[in-house]
Ligand binder design. Structure first.
Ligand SMILES: Nc1ncnc2c1ncn2[C@@H]1O[C@H](COP(=O)(O)OP(=O)(O)OP(=O)(O)O)[C@@H](O)[C@H]1O
Length: 309
């Protein structure tokens, strides 16, 4: 069996009196995206800063590809690239100058620096801005440069702390696409407080709340474990409620005041497609389908309830 790229054992940290994280354990595979989800202050940055050797843990162990980051920090750090929250970019440098500088501090062989910089600029879609000052880049492009510096030395593990924060919806889609491409060759840890971000791109999920791990499994398992999402449906000629309830995948139904229905459904069902087809076949005159996703607060409340039962 292949060794996991990250192994975290009983990790705990306190800055002063209170524990910021407590007894965190997980392992991750060599490629793919792991989502680290938690609300603000949950302990994500603390976990990632320790994982990347920026902060020394109070208790517990972190191994990067089998190397203990506290005992051999330099060796372990060669294997990882990190985009911290609010990454400190040197705004007075051009994209190319900045990436050359990053390659140098990452000990890329001098003879290979030019090629390494060109490769990451190409991969991250910033080659056409090679000579532009970082201060003159939009947020989305700065973030791409931040990701480029994180992979310049071809690390096995790439850690991205809230990489889509502050971006507009188009930039978010572009950065997500880039992260997916990077995850084909690297293990990626993607931290965010936005549930839909994790649902959009992650294979596995670890959810942290108040410093403790409250859920760890695949994204599919998570989607099945939490209360299924709901869908609001408007039809001009709706069928009797029993007919809707008989559709496989629908687990609950509520008639709303405006005459629309709220349907509760299992995460894996392709209900919207099915409803459109059935509406045409049976003359329900479907006018609107709107997905209603659970918020992070609701998910956390559901997880807490399930645990205390
Ligand atoms: N340098 C610090 N000194 C003291 N307490 C800190 C420090 N950094 C974080 N904390 C506290 O540790 C806890 C975890 O914070 P952390 O930044 O890890 O959470 P987070 O999930 O990354 O949140 P955010 O998304 O807001 O950054 C919080 O209660 C926070 O106030």
């Amino acid at each position: 069996m292949k060794q996991s790229i990250v192994k975290i054992e009983n990790l705990s940290h306190r800055y002063s009196r209170d524990w910021a994280i407590r007894d965190i354990n997980f392992e991750i595979d060599q490629v793919g995206i792991l989502g680290l989800l938690g609300s603000n202050g949950a302990g994500k940055s603390t976990t990632m800063n320790i994982l990347c050797g920026v902060l020394n843990q109070t208790e517990g162990n972190v191994y990067i590809d089998g190397i203990d980051i506290r005992e051999q920090p330099e060796e372990a750090k060669k294997l990882l690239g990190f985009l911290p929250q609010n990454a400190p970019l040197h705004l007075e440098l051009t994209v190319e100058e900045y990436l050359i500088y990053c390659a140098e501090i990452r000990n890329v062989e001098p003879a290979n620096i030019k090629q390494a910089v060109n490769e990451v600029m190409e991969k991250c879609g910033v080659a056409h801005f090679a000579n532009r000052l970082l201060r003159n880049l939009s947020g989305g492009y700065r973030q791409r440069v931040g990701i480029a510096q994180a992979i310049i030395h071809k690390p096995k593990l790439v850690v991205l702390d809230e990489p889509t924060n502050g971006l507009d919806p188009n930039q978010i889609l572009e950065v997500r696409k880039l992260i997916k491409e990077i995850a084909e060759e690297h293990a990626v840890i993607f931290s965010t407080h936005i549930l839909s971000e994790v649902q959009a791109i992650c294979k596995d999920i670890k959810m942290i709340e108040s410093g403790r791990m409250v859920f760890a499994d695949t994204m599919d398992a998570f989607n099945n474990y939490i209360m299924p999402d709901t869908m609001r449906v408007v039809m001009d000629n709706p069928p009797p409620q029993e007919e809707l309830m008989a559709i496989s995948g629908i687990t609950g139904l509520e008639l709303l005041n405006d005459g629309s229905f709220r349907l509760r459904f299992t995460a894996s069902s392709e209900l919207s497609k099915q409803l459109v087809t059935m509406s045409v076949q049976r003359g329900w005159e479907l006018k609107e389908i709107m997905l209603e996703k659970s918020s992070l607060d609701e998910v956390f409340a559901q997880l807490s309830n399930k645990k205390s039962r």
